[in-house]
Design a protein around this ligand. Sequence first.
Ligand SMILES: Nc1ncnc2c1ncn2[C@@H]1O[C@H](COP(=O)(O)OP(=O)(O)OP(=O)(O)O)[C@@H](O)[C@H]1O
Ligand SMILES: [Mg+2]
Length: 259
Amino acid sequence: MGKVISICIPKGGVGKTTTAVNLAASLAIAEKKTLLIDSDPFGSSSIALGFTPDKIKAGISEIFDFSMSLEHAIHKTDMQYLNFVPANINSIKLDEKFSKSSENRVILRNAVRSVKKNYEYIIIDCPPVLRGITLNALTASSSILIPLKCGHLSLDAIDRLFDYIKWIREISNPSLLVEGIVRTMYERESKVTEIAEKELKLKYKRYLLETVIPVTNLLTEATFFGKPLCLYKINSKGATAYLDLAYELINKNIESLNN
Ligand SMILES: Nc1ncnc2c1ncn2[C@@H]1O[C@H](COP(=O)(O)OP(=O)(O)OP(=O)(O)O)[C@@H](O)[C@H]1O
Ligand SMILES: [Mg+2]
């Protein structure tokens, strides 16, 4: 039965999409059957994987307006073990609709249920807000992976996210676990990193994953070619870091972390 992991934090531009795409591709390299779902109406995962509108037969908007099942929105990718559900342009209107109606929070959970048996991992790339489609994603998830760019404002977002997780557990998903915090765009020997990490460790040390993702332009460069970095430059430090992250998550027991 597939483990559903949402990549989520209420902060823009911190590496959610980059982590979703490159983690999913790294799990696929490890021969774990993986489904990546782009739940961000802006469709960045879709762009990063080369899914231009002409290549999308159906996406999350059809799932949310009940015109198609999730099975029909699954696309094959260049990787044998990786499938993909794209976002589509209509999803922006959809997000507005869903932010207003909290009764709809189980739609994605119900949609994912029918395909869970076909995958070992289902990774959901979330938008940078805590409402609407994100509420749906976290209601459908077994755990949440939090990407953090070390800087003071991101720490503030983590506090808000932990409050939100508590609320989600109360209202819609009591078994939601925290997978951990992965530090992204990590700059060693920078003063900002040093200060932010000190603060982060005071509160959230137990959630910090060992793998850190270094700052590297190749992660951005690969998206111009519509590829995860492991298919563009496998020997680069960015690709290796995401393979390490996949390995760490595959071998990690998060039950103890959440007790
Ligand atoms: N480790 C990294 N080193 C350098 N640049 C990176 C790294 N990770 C991501 N980026 C770049 O930073 C930008 C933001 O990353 P990304 O789109 O993954 O963030 P996001 O959290 O999904 O943003 P949004 O909230 O807008 O969805 C992108 O241009 C991406 O290519
Ligand atoms: Mg994104």
